[in-house]
Design a protein around this ligand. Structure first.
Ligand SMILES: NC(=O)c1ccc[n+]([C@@H]2O[C@H](COP(=O)([O-])OP(=O)(O)OC[C@H]3O[C@@H](n4cnc5c(N)ncnc54)[C@H](O)[C@@H]3O)[C@@H](O)[C@H]2O)c1
Length: 261
């Protein structure tokens, strides 16, 4: 599919900014941990620290949900879990298909975290005939020839692609033609999709490259400090701005492990 776009406008139709939407899962993860410890209420500062977000930003984000907390008491943890889950669409079950059940696909299929967050793996699909019928994570792998039928029968709207990069666009096109409107792409390639289809990409090697960049800066900083120590006076090198912890944070004040698509 040659035409189409790969991103959405910054604000969703309901008026919640995309950056806020991207932080909601962080709040939910922190709130779920509090809920598991039976903590009844939480202040914006505590929750912001647990989620790795600035507290003023958190309060602004929650105002979009109509949640303002109670002065001196804070936010009701259970109610906030419900509110955010509802906003993210997690109060309903989302069947997903995974395409490409090799090393990564099998590891993802075995990950229990999808089901506990409302994502049911409806089918595992692979093009290799030798994989068909094999059991992975307790499910039989189905052949890619049946992709459209599987999506139709299971009412799937979210697809996960873990095929080699060269196959990803073709798989994406078939998923979209079959009715899938959200794709999580692990293949190292940019997918082109029509309007109305959301793509998120995950690339751990990009994350490592970003960490390598920071390591390089830190190494440069150490070299500057060593040179300063050796010379004993403030030379030109001392004017180099040293990176701070904030420099390494994302635009939202957090340190994303996985960059938004
Ligand atoms: N995003 C990340 O951080 C990350 C990490 C590791 C791997 N990857 C990428 O994930 C992909 C899978 O890696 P892997 O190590 O599991 O590879 P793999 O070779 O073990 O598995 C790929 C699977 O895809 C299947 N496949 C190929 N074409 C297909 C098609 N048209 N339809 C359905 N299935 C098809 C193959 O039969 C195979 O089982 C690669 O693109 C790799 O670069 C991404």
């Amino acid at each position: 599919m040659a035409t189409g776009r790969t991103h959405r406008p910054a604000t969703r139709s309901r008026g919640i900014p995309e950056a806020t939407v991207a932080r909601l899962p962080l709040y939910l993860r922190a709130l779920t941990a509090l809920s598991e410890r039976s903590v009844p209420t939480v202040s914006s500062e505590e929750l912001a620290a647990a989620a790795g977000v600035n507290s003023a930003k958190l309060r602004k984000d929650f105002s979009y949900l109509g949640s303002y907390g109670t002065r001196g008491v804070g936010y009701d943890v259970e109610y906030l879990v419900y509110q955010i889950s509802r906003e993210l669409g997690l109060t309903q079950d989302w069947p997903i298909v995974m395409v490409g059940i090799g090393n990564l696909g099998a590891a993802l299929a075995n990950y229990g975290g999808f089901a506990s967050r409302g994502f049911r793996v409806a089918a595992l699909i692979d093009a290799d005939p030798a994989m068909s019928g094999k059991t992975v994570a307790g499910m039989q792998v189905q052949h890619a020839d049946d992709l459209e039928k599987i999506i139709d029968e299971n009412g799937v709207s979210i697809g996960v692609i873990a095929t080699p990069a060269g196959a990803a666009q073709q798989v994406c096109d078939r998923l979209v033609a079959a009715g899938v409107t959200s794709i999580l792409n692990f293949a190292p390639t940019v997918l082109s999709v029509p309007d109305g289809v959301d793509v998120r990409k995950v690339d751990l090697s990009i994350e490592l490259q970003i960490l390598a960049f920071h390591e390089q800066r830190k190494a440069g900083e150490s070299a500057i400090e060593a040179a300063e120590g050796a010379v004993g006076v403030e030379g030109p090198a001392a004017k180099v701005t040293k990176p701070t912890a904030n420099d390494r944070k994302g635009p939202d004040g957090d340190v994303p492990a996985v960059m938004p698509a």
